[in-house]
Ligand binder design. Sequence first.
Ligand SMILES: *[C@@H]1O[C@H](CO)[C@@H](O)[C@H](O)[C@H]1NC(C)=O
Ligand SMILES: *[C@@H]1O[C@H](CO)[C@@H](O)[C@H](O)[C@H]1NC(C)=O
Length: 171
Amino acid sequence: MKAFALLSTLLLLLPFSIASLEETCRNVTGSEESYNLCVTSLQVVPGSRTADTKGLAVIATQLLEANYTQNLDKAKELLKGKSLTPSITKALGVCSNVYESASKRLQIGINKLKSGNIAEAVEDMRAVAGAPNDCESAFHDVNEKSLLSKENVDAFTLGNVAFAIVALLQK
Ligand SMILES: *[C@@H]1O[C@H](CO)[C@@H](O)[C@H](O)[C@H]1NC(C)=O
Ligand SMILES: *[C@@H]1O[C@H](CO)[C@@H](O)[C@H](O)[C@H]1NC(C)=O
């Protein structure tokens, strides 16, 4: 009887605490493309199916941090190339710098989010949102084709998703 009462209580509570992944992604994206990216990126993370909105915000922000770090590593790897022109070296240097400082800031933001400091976490997200664009522009500034264009587009889209989920917590 006790177990039954507990189960009924759990069943009653569940729909209110779990933020459906699809519904959250639907709410924070404006196109089918970014909706699909949101669902496919978040659903592979263990716990994303049972997370509340704050949990999903942490997951999305951690994914973004992994993404920025991956782009930083790629920029560093490309910088090791032997036959780089000075302009490509310059652009890759910018990418490496912006992704490095953005990843660090994101780590700080993730901790603020976890401790419930939403307003400051939103500020951190705002501060790092431009990294993919800054990297992309660095190539255009020296009239070179971007070597990280797919990575930058993906990180930008994922960043928008993460930012929007964090922003949901402010409401
Ligand atoms: C999605 O948006 C609808 C309409 O504003 C709202 O009722 C619902 O709670 C939202 N769901 C999530 C998971 O954010
Ligand atoms: C970065 O995000 C894109 C888009 O979701 C994804 O394709 C890529 O695998 C991600 N990389 C990492 C390391 O999470």
